[in-house]
Design a protein around this ligand. Structure first.
Ligand code: 4AD
Length: 464
């Protein structure tokens, strides 16, 4: 599916991308220009075939040219080809470019070019992260990211949400887990009264979650969401943790059941999974992955409602499991990733919302349940990944919020603006945060979130 352009005041147009070109009918009368990188060249006596791609689609374009023109082509070089789009004579593609003129724009030494045709290891590609978007599967992942972002915007706009832009630099640690990156200037302003490590009038951090700011927006605009970068100084070296990742967060008011938040999460994720523009890239990515995982995702995007169980029920399930866990499941203790995986992979065999965790395991802002022990929250677990989404109702009762802040050792002064939201016409509200790279990993079968983001960052690793 291609985009339509709205009325424009200028007649200037960029030349078509290969994706746009392939959507056209073959027309031997029209001269076209195509630009891109050469992926492979096959020379025969009278004719040569070059696979050229500009990253706009998984297929790329077959160019048919004279062996003389093909002589200068090497893997990785960039080209400008002029020719006509015709019906292909060969198998494997419907259309091809009959080339009249071939210009090599940038040469590439095939001996030195790090992106060779044979399969390259994940680790090798991480070491060549600036060139890896030229690898088909990585380019597909980048297009999937774009498509998922589009689907998110479609969904939330349709549901009456406004996209807002919360700050990246903040004065607080939303999750209270002490995983914030502290910000300090490299150069110090002469004559400043601030200590040399400070720039602002208080300690500044990179945001771990935009939630608290979204709550401020949600008290003025009925429904808000953001897709923004988040930063966490977690040392966990797992296949689902990054130091810089993107989070979809939404917040809205006038709700009183945590199940209402789960409903929107399930609906939004199913909408994303069913986006028609994903099909080609998903096919390519799933061809490298486990068929059982693919089946699981196909099942999840269907109409059957996803499972829901309370944390207490989940602990009971874990207690009766035949599996020997490294950490015994005990009410009041955090669920480990081995527990989460067992519940989603083996017990439910699909996505599952776990609700109502003990208050001691969760941040200060979650709304207390009437039992005095648990909070109105959920984690959405999916097979092979574990936690994909976390969300809750937020505590709107000032007395209970004060108690929770005191319990978590938070300074009320630091959060006076957050209290104001309740004091001045506060309303029951809730929301959630979904890890964008974890979603990409789940829906594509990619093993590690480091392959789901163009320039991954993790502890001890900041290549460029
Ligand atoms: O469960 P979390 O910590 O929830 C929050 O931050 C809430 N304040 C969000 C909200 O209610 N607005 O994180 C939400 C999601 C997780 O479920 C996970 O998918 C992802 O963010 N996430 C990470 N993804 C990659 N690398 C990390 N280090 C991540 N930490 C969390």
């Amino acid at each position: 599916m291609l985009f339509r352009r709205f009325a424009s005041t200028t007649a200037r147009r960029l030349p078509p991308t290969i994706q746009q070109l392939l959507a056209r009918e073959p027309d031997p009368q029209t001269i076209l220009t195509v630009t891109g990188h050469i992926k492979s060249v096959r020379k025969q006596k009278r004719v040569a075939f070059a696979a050229v791609n500009d990253g706009s689609c998984p297929e790329g374009l077959q160019a048919v040219l004279s062996p003389g023109d093909a002589h200068a082509l090497t893997n990785g070089c960039s080209v400008r080809l002029t020719g006509r789009l015709v019906q292909s004579q060969g198998r494997g593609q419907a259309k091809e470019l009959q080339v009249d003129k071939c210009d090599v724009v940038g040469t590439c030494d095939p001996e030195a070019y790090p992106i060779q045709k044979q399969a390259l290891t994940t680790e090798y590609l991480r070491d060549h992260v600036h060139l890896r978007p030229r690898v088909e599967s990585i380019a597909s992942t980048l297009r999937v990211r774009q498509c998922v972002a589009d689907a998110i915007h479609d969904y939330f706009r349709y549901e009456g949400f406004t996209q807002v832009h919360p700050p990246i630099i903040t004065g607080n640690d939303c999750e209270g887990a002490g995983e914030t990156f502290k910000l300090s200037p490299v150069a110090h302003r002469a004559g400043s009264s601030l200590p040399p490590t400070e720039f602002f009038d208080r300690t500044a951090y990179l945001t771990v979650s935009s939630q608290l700011h979204l709550e401020a927006f949600a008290h003025a605009i009925p429904r808000v969401y953001t897709l923004s970068p988040c930063f966490r100084a977690e040392r966990s070296q797992t296949n689902r943790h990054l130091s810089e990742f993107w989070m979809l967060e939404a917040e809205w008011g006038f709700i009183d059941r945590v199940g209402d938040v789960c409903d929107i999460v399930e609906d939004a994720v199913k909408h994303i999974l069913n986006h028609p523009r994903l099909v080609g890239d998903l096919e390519l990515l799933w061809s490298n992955a486990d068929a059982e995982r693919k089946q699981g995702v196909l099942q999840a995007k269907g109409a059957t409602p996803w499972a829901r169980m309370s944390y207490a029920e989940a602990v009971k399930e874990l207690e009766k499991a035949k599996q020997k866990f490294e950490f015994d499941p005990v009410w009041g203790k955090p669920l480990q990733s081995e527990h989460e995986r067992w519940l989603a992979d083996e017990v439910v065999k699909g996505p599952v919302f776990l609700t109502d965790y003990p208050s001691g395991l969760k941040p200060f802002y979650m709304r207390a349940n009437d039992d005095g022990k648990t909070v109105a929250c959920f984690d959405l677990l999916v097979p092979h990944i574990g936690e994909l989404v976390g969300g809750s109702l937020r505590e709107e009762r000032v007395d209970l919020l004060d108690k929770a802040m005191a319990h978590h050792g938070l300074d009320r002064g630091d959060y006076s603006w957050y209290r104001d939201l309740r004091v001045y016409g506060g309303a029951p509200h809730g929301g959630f945060g979904l890890g964008f790279e974890r979603l990409i990993g789940w829906m594509t079968g990619i093993e590690n979130v480091r392959e789901c983001i163009p320039f991954p960052r993790w502890a001890d690793r900041l290549l460029l």
